[in-house]
Design a protein around this ligand. Structure first.
Ligand SMILES: *[C@@H]1O[C@H](CO)[C@@H](O)[C@H](O)[C@H]1NC(C)=O
Ligand SMILES: *[C@@H]1O[C@H](CO)[C@@H](O)[C@H](O)[C@H]1NC(C)=O
Ligand SMILES: *[C@@H]1O[C@H](CO)[C@@H](O)[C@H](O)[C@H]1NC(C)=O
Ligand SMILES: *[C@@H]1O[C@H](CO)[C@@H](O)[C@H](O)[C@H]1NC(C)=O
Ligand SMILES: *[C@@H]1O[C@H](CO)[C@@H](O)[C@H](O)[C@H]1NC(C)=O
Ligand SMILES: *[C@@H]1O[C@H](CO)[C@@H](O)[C@H](O)[C@H]1NC(C)=O
Length: 790
């Protein structure tokens, strides 16, 4: 089942809801809410009543969004004890206990929230606009809470709900998936916050841990796309003697929730997009990515930019070499030689990684990094240290679990993923050798071919049709020059017509070799699974000798660059179409970036790679291939930067350092090009050396952004949308990668009406002769917070 159909099922879950009659948000004790009656929060945001999920006939008491027509249940009371008919009712007893009774007065569910009775006791039940259902004690002037639904999380985390643990009472605010869209009883996935050591979040299936997020680094949970500061929501993280939890609060009215799904997409973030439908971002669906817990085992590092993804850290070797040779690194690595803790050995700085599991760590927020190192050096069981806050304060110490906790657990399962390349500021100092290694040394090692297995596994590809060369040759008139419609980064592209009349685009890959066949097939498998309305669809492939060919759907309106940069054709795209293109591109890139199986960094986003269908909907092309071909180039040119001049950010152009923020940068350039109708690369303006980015920035600073708008848009533009787009574009092209928003934030900023942050100056912006490029090349390593391990 796809994510989308899953959402559809959830959306349809409420067709069988009873009609509302009661419209109050409060009921007193002894009054019942019968099946068919509802309680509606004061601002009409949430509604409480009985419903049947999906195809089920069973009745449950739940809370759902009142205003959103598709309806979506956010909380269920009797998850495990449905009522089989419509005789159910909800009642508040005089002692504050909330009960669901069936027609024959059987108690189906109880909140168990009784308070001691006295003559003055006045209890009321109220549904708040936050979605919280509260039993109040109204006896004294100040109301107090007897019971609240926010303390009993189901599969949904709403804004304001605590997610974590009360360490005194032991109560966990954790999430459990439904069993299926038809059955809200607790399902296979469980998502919780573990306050052991330094708090982190986990997702498990049964007893198997699938994912780990965190720890909190002062701004975000590592590995999660939610970040502070942000114009749309803020994340509150509280960690004291009594409780450890996080919650998110909304700054705008955009509806958002975090849901744990009953399928392997697990944790998702949902919001309402500009077409008034649920949009979602899958946080944890990494089936085979580095986010998978323990993929590379203890002392292994993981990077999706190489194959196989696991590698032992410097100074370590595979624990079970045979398994590693079969590309299975889950058993981890062992030290080449025992640690000489007293003298000799020191710490090694590791950057660009997600912190290792912190359950066997201790922390002190007031220690400095120097004190932290001293503390770690003094204890031979301490394996690594780092700042606990990425802004450069606090101390986090990791201990060898076997000695400190006498438990056989992996401590240094350092996870290095494509996504963690963004976490440039979280790095690790590992205790191995005193020698300081250059920053990001990992990046030199991209792909390695797995020489031991040459047999390509075709069986996984049964969903994707294979075409024979003859068929393709016929469709393209034997790759006739007249059929050539473009020259992509990886070879020529031809238009073709299949025998059944279908129009296709045929990409003939030029740089291929037999040796890379396995990786090629891996890549095709990945791409074939990626399906999104804003990505060009792969229809099939063809392998014949050294010939590797990909067959895509044909896009009648060709590519964006042929329209927006052409004076005549640019009138084909009015503002509403362009705004739709901006949204669509953003959604497509977000889909690539999100951890759905493998995170894809496109690396060559440009107007020529944005194709347009008959309705001018944008479809991103060439995704997925960039990764592969960097791999192929590795043996020859390790430093080759793919991408197109004018669209690549400085950290990539200068150091080959790429991350999802490189794509964000390219997206920002595209937005400014779409608004202005000018090419960044060829931009010139009398009197300035500015490129398009500098020009847009200068106008923005003067409050004259409106002058950037292409003349062809003057009749159609909606000023507020154009200005918002320009500001989002400028946020994306900021010089420092860490200042650029994630694609998730971009998508949310485009759909919301909230106040946007002020962009800082863009990359490649020069002023008074001072070149940013020069100053960038002397980037100060010490401003980056790191993790040190031994
Ligand atoms: C009352 O109804 C419940 C659920 O509807 C059912 O399980 C139970 O057997 C019924 N009890 C009696 C005594 O009929
Ligand atoms: C209330 O108590 C009963 C009996 O101990 C238990 O089965 C039930 O799960 C409790 N209800 C809630 C909502 O915790
Ligand atoms: C309960 O108390 C609140 C605040 O003190 C008040 O607004 C509300 O009307 C009271 N409700 C009832 C049913 O007494
Ligand atoms: C990798 O090896 C481990 C044993 O160390 C085994 O349990 C696991 O199933 C293997 N994984 C794969 C994908 O073969
Ligand atoms: C944290 O470190 C500071 C400074 O070294 C020290 O004074 C304080 O006692 C430490 N706190 C704890 C709880 O260990
Ligand atoms: C380190 O671990 C060993 C057990 O492996 C233990 O005997 C020793 O006391 C520990 N040292 C410190 C300083 O905690």
């Amino acid at each position: 089942m796809t994510f989308q159909s899953m959402i559809m099922l959830f959306s349809c879950a409420l067709f069988l809801l009873g009609s509302s009659s009661a419209t109050s948000d409060t009921i007193p004790a002894l009054q019942a809410i019968k099946d068919g009656d509802t309680l509606v929060s004061n601002g009409q945001t949430y509604e409480l009543g009985f419903f049947s999920p999906g195809k089920s006939q069973n009745r449950y008491l739940g809370i759902w969004y009142k205003k959103i027509s598709t309806g979506t249940v956010v909380w269920v009371a009797n998850r495990e004890t449905p009522i089989t008919d419509k005789s159910g009712m909800l009642k508040l007893s005089t002692d504050g206990n909330l009960q669901i009774l069936s027609g024959n007065s059987t108690k189906i569910w109880s909140s168990n929230s009784t308070v001691s009775m006295n003559d003055n006791l006045v209890v009321v039940l109220q549904l708040l606009d936050t979605g919280n259902l509260i039993v109040w004690d109204n006896s004294s002037r100040k109301q107090s809470v007897i019971w609240q639904s926010f303390d009993y999380l189901g599969n949904t985390l709403l804004p304001g709900m605590k997610f974590g643990k009360n360490k005194v009472t032991g109560r966990e605010w954790s999430m459990t998936s439904w069993k299926s869209p038809d059955d809200p009883s607790p399902g296979p996935y469980y998502h919780w916050l573990d306050p052991t050591g330094y708090p982190q979040m986990f997702v498990r299936q049964g007893s198997v841990i699938l994912w780990r997020f965190g720890p909190w680094n002062g701004h975000k949970f590592q590995g999660l796309p939610l970040e502070n500061p942000n114009p749309l929501y803020s994340i509150v993280f509280v960690d004291n003697e009594v409780e450890t939890y996080y919650k998110f609060e909304l700054k705008t009215s955009a509806v958002q929730r975090i849901v744990i799904m009953p399928d392997d997409t697990t944790v998702q973030l949902h919001w309402i997009d500009q077409i008034q439908d649920w949009a979602m971002y899958s946080i944890a669906a990494v089936k085979d990515g580095c986010g998978r817990y323990g993929l590379c085992g203890p002392y292994g590092s993981c990077s999706m930019n190489r194959y196989p993804p696991c590698k032992c850290m410097e100074g370590f070797r595979p624990r079970v070499p045979d398994e590693w040779d079969r590309a299975n690194g889950s058993s981890g690595c062992v030290r080449n030689r025992a640690l000489d803790c007293g003298s000799g050995d020191g710490f090694k700085k590791i950057s660009g990684v997600m912190f290792p599991d912190t359950r066997w760590s201790s922390y002190n927020h007031s220690m400095t990094l120097v004190e932290c190192e001293t503390a770690c050096r003094m204890n031979c069981n301490c394996t690594a240290y780092a700042n606990s806050d990425i802004s450069g304060s606090g101390c986090l110490l990791w201990f060898d679990s076997q000695s400190s906790f006498s438990k056989k657990i992996r401590v240094l399962a350092v996870v290095l993923s494509a996504s963690s390349a963004v976490l440039l500021f979280a790095a690790v100092y590992a205790y191995i050798k005193k020698k300081k290694i250059p920053l990001m040394k990992e990046r030199g090692n991209l792909y390695g071919l797995n020489k031991k297995s040459n047999n390509v596994q075709m069986e996984d590809l049964d969903e994707l049709p294979s075409f024979c060369l003859r068929e393709i040759a016929k469709a393209t008139h034997n790759f006739d020059v007249n059929n050539k419609i473009g020259e992509g980064g990886f070879g020529p592209v031809y238009k073709g017509v299949l025998e059944d009349g279908r129009e296709i685009a045929v990409k003939r890959l030029s740089e291929t070799s037999k040796q890379g066949l396995e990786e090629f097939m891996n890549e095709i498998r990945t791409i074939a699974k990626l399906q999104h309305r804003n990505l060009v669809k792969l229809l099939g492939y063809c392998i014949h000798g050294n010939e590797l060919i990909l067959i895509y759907e044909y896009m009648i309106n060709k590519s964006l660059d042929l329209i927006i940069f052409d004076e005549t054709r640019s009138t084909m795209l009015d503002w509403s179409k362009r705004f739709n293109i901006i949204h669509g591109m953003a959604r497509g890139i977000l889909y690539l970036h999100q951890d759905s199986r493998l995170q894809i960094i496109h690396r060559d986003l440009k107007a020529g790679n944005i194709l347009l269908d008959a309705n001018m909907n944008p479809k991103i092309s060439d995704f997925g291939l960039a990764r592969k071909f960097v791999g192929f180039d590795v043996t020859a040119k390790t430093k080759k930067v793919v991408g197109t001049h004018g669209y690549i950010p400085p950290e990539y152009a200068l150091y080959g350092r790429f991350s999802i923020k490189s794509d964000v940068f390219s997206f920002g350039v595209l937005v400014l090009e779409i608004v202005s109708g000018k090419k960044n690369r060829e931009f010139s303006l009398d009197g300035h050396n500015d490129n398009l980015l500098g020009h847009a920035w200068r106008l923005y600073k003067k409050g004259r952004s409106i002058e950037l708008i292409s003349a062809s848009l003057h009749g159609s533009c909606v000023v507020s949308e154009v200005l918002r787009s320009i500001q989002v574009g400028l946020l994306c092209v900021q010089h420092h990668a860490e200042d650029r928003p994630t694609m998730l934030s971009v998508v949310l900023m485009l759909v919301s009406e909230g106040v946007l942050p002020q962009p800082k100056h863009p990359a490649f912006y020069t002023e008074e002769g001072r070149s940013e490029l020069e100053s960038a090349s002397s980037v100060d390593e010490d401003t980056i917070t790191l993790l040190y391990a031994r």
